[in-house]
Design a protein around this ligand. Structure first.
Ligand SMILES: [Mg+2]
Length: 212
């Protein structure tokens, strides 16, 4: 793994939100957004939000096909939540500084959120050569191989030369099929998965392993 580009998911990978505060804030934003745009009751908007979430993180178009708003508008609104409570992680920044590999962030969310998170956890943005977000992948999202293919093309990378650090099993499965080396970041490991090459409880432990 030493000579591969390091590709990081953002949420629950570069930081861990054990109480799902970010997700709760996002859900409240989704409900509010759908309530206003579709003139729904809170209860109905809540059902739409749960439906969209159960299909995939931001799959609002699957449940509101004639939506009177753009996906960009939706994403910009719901991903713009306060993440200032996330704690500083100086050790992570130090490790990123020390590791010589090329580094990227790929997120289904938006780059504005990435910058807010990095600022809150005290990780310098210039550790990363690129941030590839939901807008860049045209909202197909990482569970679809096209999202990773667009990322690889943009930065002229080959999947076999990349390691993906992710908490989402479905995203890891997609990346593995394309040829990525895959690292599961999760505080609890339940079992072995054929599409997971390595497992670590958190990102700092994973990167410390790379320095050995
Ligand atoms: Mg994640």
């Amino acid at each position: 793994m030493q000579d591969k580009a390091l590709v990081f998911d953002l949420d629950n990978t570069l930081y861990y939100d054990g109480d799902s505060e970010v997700e709760k804030k996002e859900n409240a934003k989704i409900v509010n957004f759908l309530k206003q745009k579709l003139h729904l009751s809170v209860a109905k908007a809540h059902n739409f939000m749960s439906d969209a979430r159960s299909r995939g993180l931001y799959d609002v178009d699957a449940v509101t096909p004639d939506m009177p708003f753009t996906k960009r508008e939706f994403m910009d609104n719901v991903c713009d939540v306060d993440v200032g409570f996330l704690p500083r992680n100086e050790r992570l920044n130090q490790l990123l500084r020390e590791l010589p590999q090329r580094k990227f962030i790929i997120t289904d969310g938006i780059s504005k959120r990435v910058r807010a998170v990095l600022s809150s956890i005290a990780v310098d943005e210039d550790n990363f050569e690129g941030i590839f977000d939901g807008h860049d992948m045209n909202y197909v999202f990482k569970r679809n191989p096209q999202a990773f293919e667009m990322f690889l093309q943009k930065y002229n990378l080959r999947a076999k030369d990349c390691v993906l650090f992710e908490d989402s099993l479905v995203n890891l499965q997609t990346a593995k099929k394309l040829g990525f080396t895959t690292v599961l970041i999760s505080p609890e490991k339940t079992r072995d998965y054929p599409f997971v090459d390595k497992y670590f409880s958190d990102i700092v432990t994973a990167l410390e392993d790379l320095t050995k």
